[in-house]
Design a protein around this ligand. Sequence first.
Ligand code: RNT
Ligand code: ZN
Length: 420
Amino acid sequence: MSKLIESSYRLAHERYAALGVDPDRVLKQLATVPISLHCWQGDDLGGFENFGGPLGGGLVATGNYPGKARTPDELRADAAQALALIPGTHRFNLHAFYGEFGGQKVDRNEIEPKHFKNWIAWAKSLGIGLDFNPTCFSHPNAASGFTLSHHDKGLRQFWIEHCQLSREIGAGMGRALGSPTVTNVWIPDGMKDTPADRRGPRERLEEALDEVFKRKLNPKHNLDAVEGKLFGIGAESYTVGMHEFYLGYAVKHQKLVCLDAGHYHPTENMADKISSVLGFLPEILLHVSRGVRWDSDHVVTLTDELNAIAQELVRGDYLKRTHIGLDFFDASINRIAAWTIGARNVLRALCLALLEPHAQYKQLEREGDYTSRLALMEEAKTLPFGAVWDYYCLKQSVPVGEAWLAEVKRYEKDVLSHRT
Ligand code: RNT
Ligand code: ZN
């Protein structure tokens, strides 16, 4: 099998070389791009608090596939299994309510770095970085649908403190692991029906964010990101933190803006935003996801939308300024497979984009030869990409092709099926 993969790669190499593309170089570059795996696919966004109610904030994980992680140890084992099936070195993205509170009731405004020490030790043992998020949902103080923009000063203060502590924890992780943690603020605040006051909550949100970000942190340890959204379930008419709000805020304060692929109008192309916002911001965070009708969080597949994102990152030379995270949750399929499929697809899209003769496209474009540009772009779609991807998996010592699925099935039989 590996002989076959190597000889297919040699043939593909010749084909790409004729177009002026060097697949060896492409694979070297691909190996430097980390994808941050989101913890919440592993347990349907349950978290490990000992209180708190059902999932809130308009987030819904549908399905009841057996075997979800019930403890931090199970979640770590599952994530490590997924990471072993994904070529390259990646990261892990935690939400605050995945801390380890030792059976205590530790409220969101009481979280401390010590609650994440096992996560840090685990990340260190795998040689990966961590990312972080304050959890401003699934909590009685978020039950009204408002958090940082709440009209009640006390409740607002509670969420401000939670976000401040989250940044400190993020910085602690980044310091311990020698790689900056991206701490991403997303809040669910919004209204089901037409609000009378759109302005008040936005003014309060801006003030609250100023409080959250007041303390300067070393960017070598922590990077702040803010994530907007179009609408949520139960907040269909008004989202306080919409894209324009956070874009303005991020530009003013030079924060990272987080672009989530599921958070725009369905015909809006998130990829097109990358070169727009990076003109005004040093770096961005991406939540790679797939919107399907009302849901913004289906498992990422190799769609035109995903390819467009990867193409923009490569053609615009933005890979170094972009932090790539996954954001989806599907409780109807094996959760380790969901991570693996999504992450492998993002890498596949990046690999495809890196293999494009884009310098040639740009040259043709400058010359006004749009006929050739279109012709070459279409021909590129059936170049022998699969041979390059298989070779990459082989060299990175992860299963080639669908062979990873057998590993997941084995893990399901040996480990997941014993969870009830
Ligand atoms: C919600 C946002 C947000 C969440 C996670 C769990 O619509 O996309 O990023 O998915 O924080
Ligand atoms: Zn998101």
